[in-house]
Design a protein around this ligand. Structure first.
Ligand SMILES: C[S@@+](CC[C@H](N)C(=O)[O-])C[C@H]1O[C@@H](n2cnc3c(N)ncnc32)[C@H](O)[C@@H]1O
Length: 223
């Protein structure tokens, strides 16, 4: 296991952490196969992590390869402020606060765009606009890595919906750009079609074995 793949090392990189943020990241690490997703990301060039949260995944990418220039964007200013405390020690990562719908157009061209469990909070029409932007930003040979929740197995999809209802609507530990929060999940076939319509060749990787979430990753490659 490399240093970048060790949760303790990743948490230690934050100069100070509340118990709440620490717990949030520990849980996130346990329930999401971040290491497997990170292994899909190119090892050099600009990597845009849209909806980066506390910057755990962005930090992992930055530590995993010094030739990556990672830029994380998130709506939640508190999470971004925490993520920014990483940048003193990690020169190849930076963070920006704001709605990805507003900021994406100004982000630089990239070798990869990663979007992990964010689009279910983004209205369908905005998702489509962002996918077009991301596909345009990708360098030739670049990849869009979209981590979503699949519609099956249905019991996992239901548990995920229940958990998100608690996190977003009740406890409000996950931010949304909407006052009246809706969820915008799509079936796998729809995601595949949207990516293909934008000129990407799509590989679908199911990553839910051993997890109670129906994790699925769409790897969209630009020819
Ligand atoms: C479930 S968390 C995932 C965080 C991170 N990608 C990860 O895998 O740990 C969803 C994140 O999306 C962010 N988010 C939601 N809507 C957003 C938007 N319109 N623009 C930017 N970030 C957004 C939330 O603030 C939250 O940090």
């Amino acid at each position: 296991m490399t240093e970048a793949l060790n949760l303790r090392t990743l948490l230690r990189a934050y100069p100070s952490l509340t118990w709440r943020d620490r717990l949030h990241m520990i849980i996130r690490w346990r329930v999401c196969p971040m290491q497997k997703i990170a292994a899909l990301v190119p090892t050099d060039g600009v990597i845009l992590d849209l909806g980066c949260g506390h910057g755990l995944f962005a930090q992992m990418l930055a530590r995993g390869a010094a030739a990556r220039q990672v830029i994380g964007v998130d709506l939640d200013a508190d999470k971004v402020a925490l993520a920014q405390t990483l940048t003193d020690r990690l020169p190849n990562v930076q963070f920006e606060a704001g709605d990805v719908a507003d900021l994406a157009a100004d982000l630089p061209p990239a070798q990869a765009v990663t979007i992990l469990d964010v689009f279910y909070l983004v209205p369908f029409a905005v998702q489509e606009r962002l996918l077009t932007l991301c596909a345009d930003k990708l360098a030739s040979g670049g990849v869009l890595i979209l981590k979503e929740m699949a519609e099956t197995p249905r019991w996992k999809a239901f548990l995920n919906w229940l958990e998100e209802t608690l996190a977003v609507r009740v406890l409000k530990i996950t931010a949304s750009s909407e006052e009246q929060v809706h969820f915008y999940f799509r079936p796998r076939a729809e995601w595949q079609k949207l990516l293909e319509q934008r000129g990407l060749t799509v590989e679908i990787v199911k990553l839910d074995a051993g997890y109670y979430h129906p994790h699925v990753v769409f790897i969209g490659r630009k020819p």
